[in-house]
Write a protein of this length. Structure first.
Length: 79
């Protein structure tokens, strides 16, 4: 029973971390990424091609490879 509680607690923590980490991305590109936690490293993984990125700006640049309309977001980010 104790193990089940610990497992559920870990799963809840993982979901909370994933939600918080995903919220760091621009809302216009969130649909392209999922949060992946591997050996205590957290990063975003592109749902379309599997590329992993570790910073919001890298995610933004990567998103433009799939949808060129997102380039407008880079202009806003640079200013």
């Amino acid at each position: 029973m104790r193990d089940l509680f610990g497992k559920k607690l870990k799963e809840n923590m993982r979901k909370k971390i994933e939600k918080e980490f995903l919220s760091k991305l621009n809302p216009d590109i969130r649909y392209l990424f999922e949060v992946v936690i591997e050996s205590e490293n957290i990063h975003w993984k592109c749902k379309l091609c599997g590329t992993r990125v570790s910073s919001p700006i890298d995610a933004l640049y990567h998103a433009t490879t799939h949808d060129s309309r997102l380039k407008r977001l880079i202009r806003f980010h640079k200013s």
